[in-house]
Design a binder for this molecule. Structure first.
Ligand SMILES: [Zn+2]
Ligand SMILES: [Zn+2]
Length: 132
């Protein structure tokens, strides 16, 4: 079983998860754009029981973004660490792919979502199927 690890920029928060994952998606929605300040967000969605927050529980701040979702981030450096999306993925955690340390091909994006909300300066990826 492959172990994937991730950490925030300052290293206070570390986590790990095990394959197989649920999916990897690129979200073009306006909420993710605001939450991360990026053109779009790429997330690896992992069943909760395969995830372990190995370091830095005390360094995490939680922000309730909607009734069913919240964003956890490092209170020292601001990196998003793990998100909860109770509407679409109630049994999973939503992890920013950008903070993964040992990327492997199994984590390649599988779908794109909320493409109707994409930033005007951003482009849909031709090589990733559009789901919504
Ligand atoms: Zn940090
Ligand atoms: Zn989104």
């Amino acid at each position: 079983m492959s172990k994937i690890t991730g950490s925030c920029h300052c290293g206070s928060v570390n986590w790990e998860f095990y394959l197989p994952i649920t999916t990897v998606l690129q979200c073009h929605c306006s909420m993710c754009r605001k939450l991360h300040g990026s053109d779009y967000s790429t997330y690896v969605v992992v069943p909760k029981e395969q995830f372990l927050l190995s370091k830095g529980q005390d360094s995490i701040t939680s922000y309730q973004a909607t009734e069913a979702s919240h964003k956890n981030f490092c209170s020292k450096c601001g990196s998003p660490t793990h998100l909860v999306n109770g509407k679409h993925f109630p049994d999973d955690l939503v992890l920013p792919l950008g903070i993964v340390e040992n990327y492997i091909d199994e984590l390649a994006p599988q779908i794109q979502v909320y493409t109707s909300e994409k930033a005007r300066w951003s482009h849909i990826h031709d090589d990733v199927p559009v789901f919504s």
